[in-house]
Design a protein around this ligand. Structure first.
Ligand code: BYC
Length: 316
């Protein structure tokens, strides 16, 4: 092993954060670009299913909170794209990868949001799963990613609570509202536990990412933590988790749960979920229609730079 690689390994083993200026093995860089850019794409595609309900929120308060949440997701995308850029990929390249299907984004955002209760279920379960996955990422080995995650997680925990509060209100409401909440749980539970990715024995990246301390837990470890907490929270809501095989296992100290439909997961990941085409088309349209904004911002930045250079020359 050459000196640079040895130094890198020592840093990883001693929990010293890796920074953009450091020497990085090529595959570590590639893995991070893949994961961070896919994470960023998930944030901005994740705005769409909820954005769909901003105009239909049941009160001004609900509308204001949902609007703030969706705007937060845009912010998360921006921190994450910036973190990925420190690794040598441009924003344009990342967007191109999203639009051409070369880069993935989370499977969960390819499901439709058909009732207001879905806003509750997304906040409670999807943001809940996101927190479970992302809190350990605050200690990921790459500094710019870890620092971005600190702020993201603070905002995600507010998102999770607002979702749980919607579910609590509905489940304590009229019979129709309680049914809406149960129906949303029935539709979002399984896709949420799929969010953690394929099982460890079928996950090509987990082992190496854990060795590099990019991932602090495996997909199955996080999924189990999520199920254990989610089941208890469903009890507080008085709702039933749609899994007939769910059972507390005294020996393991965890809930056992039913078999995940991995065919459905891979089908959605490969682009054949209920909303994949619509999501990518909406993002492409937004990118094309936003071109004039990017052009104007670039022209303004260039003008400011030229003015600053001119006044420096005058002063000299
Ligand atoms: N959907 O070896 P694996 C959020 C892909 S939350 C689609 O386990 P890795 C939000 C995986 O990319 C959601 N694809 O990979 C919440 C890989 O394909 P490639 C985003 C998936 O990277 C609320 C292949 O399957 N969170 O943003 O070690 C509101 C093999 O998987 C999925 C993050 O991205 C999936 N669910 O582990 C708004 C967190 N799962 O790349 C927004 C950061 C796996 O080889 N990311 N695949 O073509 C991670 O922690 C990890 O990347 C994953 C996957 C756990 C997701």
């Amino acid at each position: 092993m050459d000196t640079l690689a040895k130094h890198f390994e020592e840093k990883i083993n001693n929990e010293v954060t890796i920074e953009a200026k450091d020497w990085l093995p090529d595959n570590y860089r590639k893995t991070l670009i893949r994961q961070i850019s896919q994470h960023a794409h998930s944030e901005i595609v994740g705005m769409l299913p909820e954005g769909n309900w901003i105009t239909r929120a049941p009160s001004l308060r609900r509308k204001a909170v949902l609007l703030a949440k969706v705007q937060d997701e845009a912010g998360h995308g921006l921190y994450l794209y910036s973190a990925a850029e420190t690794l040598g990929i441009s924003r344009d390249e990342m967007m191109d990868q999203l639009h051409t299907g070369k880069a993935k984004y989370s499977s969960i955002f390819n499901y439709p949001t058909i009732s207001w209760a879905d806003m509750g279920a997304i906040g409670w379960l999807v943001d809940g799963a996101a927190i479970m996955n992302q809190v350990p990422l605050c200690r990921t080995s790459y500094g710019p990613y870890a620092r971005a995650m600190v702020r993201v997680c603070k905002e995600e925990s507010f998102h999770q609570r607002q979702g749980f509060e919607i579910m609590l209100t509905l489940s304590n409401g009229s019979e129709v509202q309680r049914k809406m909440a149960q129906d949303a749980l029935n539709r979002w539970w399984w896709p949420s536990i799929m969010m953690f990715g394929p099982p460890d024995d079928n996950s090509p990246h987990t082992a190496q990412s854990v060795r590099w301390r990019i991932k602090r837990f495996t997909n199955d470890e996080l999924r189990q933590k999520f199920v254990d907490i989610g089941v208890e929270q469903a009890k507080i809501l008085g709702l039933e988790v749609p899994d007939k095989d769910l059972k507390w296992n005294e020996e393991r100290g965890h809930y056992d749960f039913g078999v995940i439909n991995w065919d459905e997961f891979w089908n959605v990941v490969k682009g054949n979920g209920p909303c994949n085409k619509q999501r990518v088309e909406t993002r492409k349209k937004a990118w094309d229609e936003g071109k004039w904004v990017r052009d104007a911002a670039t022209a303004y930045a260039e003008k400011r730079k030229a003015r600053a250079a001119e006044s420096t020359m005058k002063a000299a």
